[in-house]
Design a protein around this ligand. Structure first.
Ligand SMILES: [Fe+2]
Ligand SMILES: [Fe+2]
Length: 385
C-alpha cells in the first residue's frame, strides 16, 4: 500500500484545475493574476437550467438510522477586527488565491448516479479490525459479514462526517480570531471547503450506506477542546495540525484502497483541499512557539501528546461491536492486537509528526509521547509547507 504524498495531492489538484474554465490564470501564486473573467465563465457560474430549489428538496430526507437534533456548546474566544486590509502575509494570500481557483462542486463534480451496495465491500474488509480473527471466522458470510461491512463503513465515514463538521465550526472561529486579512480570507475559504466536505460525506452516508453513526467519544472530546479553548494557537494546533493531519492520513488510505468508485472520488476531491488546510496551519503557527514561556509551552506539549492518544483511539470500533451484539471485550482486544490496525493507526501520524517537528514542538516531552505511541519514525517525513 502506498501512502499518498503531497506531490500526488497537488497533481490531483492540477488535474482538477485543468477542468476549471479559467484555471490557466493562477494556480500556485506564480502566474499572472487575472484582471477580467471571460464572459463564458460568467454564464457557467449560474446555470439557468438547474432548478436549485428542486435539488435542495431532494436533500431533505433524513438518514434512515442516525443521530438527530441540535446541541449548543458554550464557547468564549476573542474576536479580532483588522483595519489594515492590504496583504500582510503573502504566503497566506497566495494560498487563498489558489483555494478560490480550486473550488469544486459536490453536486456536479461527483458521480452520484453510482449504484452502491450498502453491505458491499466498499471499504476493503482488511480495514476491519476483526478481519481474519476468530470472531470474524464465526460470522455468517452471507448475512453477518455484509451487515458488519455496512456498519464498519458507516462508523468510519460517520466519524469523517462529524470531524468535517468540527472543521467547519473551528474554521469559522478562525475567521474571527485571525489577526490579518489574509488569514481571515483563507479561513473563510476553508469554511466553504469544509461545508462541501460535510455535504459530500453526509449525502453518501444517507443515500448510499443508509446508516449514520453518532460521533465517537474520543473525537467528540477533542472537538470540544478545540472549539472551547479561547487561545488562538490551540485552535490552529488542534484543528489544522492534529485533526486535519489525521484526516490527510485516513482519507489518503481510503482513497488508495476503496473499491467503490464514488467514495474513492469523494475522498480524492476532499484530499486536495485538506493538504491546503494543513499547510494553512503550519504557515500560521510559524514562529508562534519560539519565544513562548516554558509553562505555556508545557500546555501545548501536553495537548499534542494527549490529543494524539485520543486520535489513536478513534477507530477501534467499539460502538459497532455494541450495536451488532458482538463480544465487546474480545473485539476490542482483537482490534488493538491486529497488525493491520497497528500499521493503519501509526500511518495516520505520518503528517502530524513532521509538522509538529517543523513548528519546533518536537520537544523531549513530545518526543517521548510519540515514542510511546510508536509514531516517532515519521519525524523525518516531509512536512506540509
Ligand atoms: Fe475537511
Ligand atoms: Fe479540512
Amino acid at each position: 500500500m502506498r501512502f499518498p504524498s503531497l506531490g500526488s495531492a497537488s497533481k490531483m489538484a492540477r488535474q482538477l484545475a485543468r477542468r476549471v474554465p479559467f484555471s490557466g490564470l493562477v494556480l500556485s501564486g506564480e502566474g499572472p493574476v487575472p484582471t477580467e473573467r471571460p464572459s463564458e465563465v460568467r454564464l457557467k457560474r449560474s446555470d439557468e437550467s438547474v432548478n436549485y430549489t428542486e435539488f435542495a428538496k431532494t436533500q431533505a430526507r433524513p438518514a434512515r438510522i442516525g443521530p438527530s437534533g441540535t446541541e449548543p456548546l458554550p464557547v468564549a474566544h476573542e474576536l479580532v477586527y483588522t483595519w489594515d486590509y492590504a496583504s500582510q502575509r503573502t504566503d497566506l494570500r497566495a494560498l487563498y488565491e489558489k483555494s478560490k481557483d480550486l473550488n469544486w462542486n459536490a453536486r456536479t463534480d461527483l458521480p452520484w448516479d453510482a449504484r452502491v451496495d450498502p453491505e458491499g465491500q466498499n471499504i476493503p474488509d482488511s480495514f476491519n479490525p476483526l478481519f481474519g480473527s476468530s470472531v470474524w471466522r464465526k460470522l455468517d458470510p452471507k448475512t453477518e459479514i455484509p451487515r458488519l461491512r455496512q456498519h464498519m463503513t458507516s462508523y468510519v465515514l460517520s466519524n469523517f462526517l462529524h470531524g468535517e463538521q468540527g472543521a467547519l465550526l473551528a474554521t469559522s472561529q478562525l475567521v474571527a480570531v485571525a489577526p490579518t486579512p489574509d488569514a481571515k480570507f483563507y479561513a473563510a475559504a476553508q469554511v466553504f471547503d469544509e461545508a462541501r466536505h460535510v455535504e459530500a460525506y453526509d449525502r453518501y452516508l444517507r443515500e448510499k450506506i443508509e446508516l449514520v453513526y453518532p460521533i465517537s467519544p474520543p473525537l467528540r472530546t477533542l472537538l470540544d477542546t478545540v472549539l472551547t479553548d479561547s487561545r488562538w494557537d490551540f485552535k490552529y494546533l488542534g484543528m489544522q495540525i492534529m485533526i486535519e493531519g489525521i484526516a490527510l492520513g485516513a482519507f489518503g488510505l481510503i482513497h488508495k484502497t476503496a473499491e467503490e468508485p464514488l467514495i474513492c472520488k469523494i475522498t480524492e476531491m476532499i484530499l486536495q483541499d485538506e493538504s491546503r488546510h494543513v499547510a494553512f496551519g503550519v504557515l500560521s503557527l510559524k514562529d508562534a512557539f519560539k519565544e513562548m514561556k516554558e509553562s505555556e509551552l508545557r500546555d501545548r506539549e501536553d495537548f499534542i501528546v494527549e490529543s494524539s492518544r485520543l486520535l489513536r483511539e478513534r477507530f477501534v470500533g467499539e460502538e459497532v461491536w455494541e450495536r451488532l451484539g458482538l463480544p465487546k471485550a474480545e473485539c476490542n482486544a482483537l482490534a488493538l492486537e491486529s497488525p493491520f490496525m497497528r500499521m493503519f493507526q501509526s500511518l495516520l501520524f505520518s503528517k502530524i509528526v513532521p509538522n509538529v517537528r517543523k513548528l519546533g514542538l518536537l520537544t523531549p516531552r513530545v518526543r517521548k509521547g510519540f515514542e510511546e505511541l510508536g509514531v516517532i519514525e515519521y519525524e523525518t517525513w516531509e512536512a506540509s509547507a
